[in-house]
Design a protein around this ligand. Sequence first.
Ligand SMILES: C[S@@+](CC[C@H](N)C(=O)[O-])C[C@H]1O[C@@H](n2cnc3c(N)ncnc32)[C@H](O)[C@@H]1O
Length: 224
Amino acid sequence: MDDHPLDDDTLLAEQLAYYRAGAAAYDRQYTRYEGLRKLLTLVDGLPVTGDVLEPACGSGRWTRLPAARARSVTAVDGAAEMPAIARRHVSHPGVRFLRADLFEWRPHRRYDTVFFAFWLSHVPPARLPAFWTTVAAAPAPGGRAIFVDDGPATAGHEELLTDRTVPTAVRRLDDGSRYRIAKTFRAPRTVAADLATLDWSARVRPVGGNIVGIAKPPSRAVEP
Ligand SMILES: C[S@@+](CC[C@H](N)C(=O)[O-])C[C@H]1O[C@@H](n2cnc3c(N)ncnc32)[C@H](O)[C@@H]1O
């Protein structure tokens, strides 16, 4: 693979290809990293309740938290391989898995909570306003978005390509294959400021090297 800068679409296609090819091994980070386990415990105490939409559900490690107490969970991921893996963790009848490209997909109904883990950092800066507009279309009146992600303190763990317009990291799979992904390490105050610009009210805080946000969309949010 040569390493010339990629346009957003090509980078996002390579990002999805990375998660598809690595789906079987994706889950093992949850047994390796203490910080992730602590974050799971923290999120278990947050109000991810009612009818829940979970974009980028991955292997279902987070899905199983609301599954136990939510009315329903609609878990969306672009990788066809992920639902089969996620079903090992989540067998609750109220959970539905959908395969969709989150840069195209729009919610067709309202949800009480939109929860996403480690997805915001994969949204390139130019796609951010459209992403938040899509999220804003999902919550029912009084609903909110809750999210966790990597913060700037974790950037040192990644192999970053610093010459890119779109912040890009390199990931490798066990077979030696190499993929470029979009990865922006946003500080809590940056995310809060982005949301304020879009008329959300948000509280975003650091937790270890991660960020945890709870945000309410503007009341005139886009109709789904
Ligand atoms: C960092 S993982 C997060 C998974 C899970 N939320 C977690 O924290 O363990 C990113 C997820 O986004 C999914 N993904 C990547 N590109 C996507 C796209 N364009 N549309 C939908 N899902 C996508 C991947 O398949 C992967 O499951």
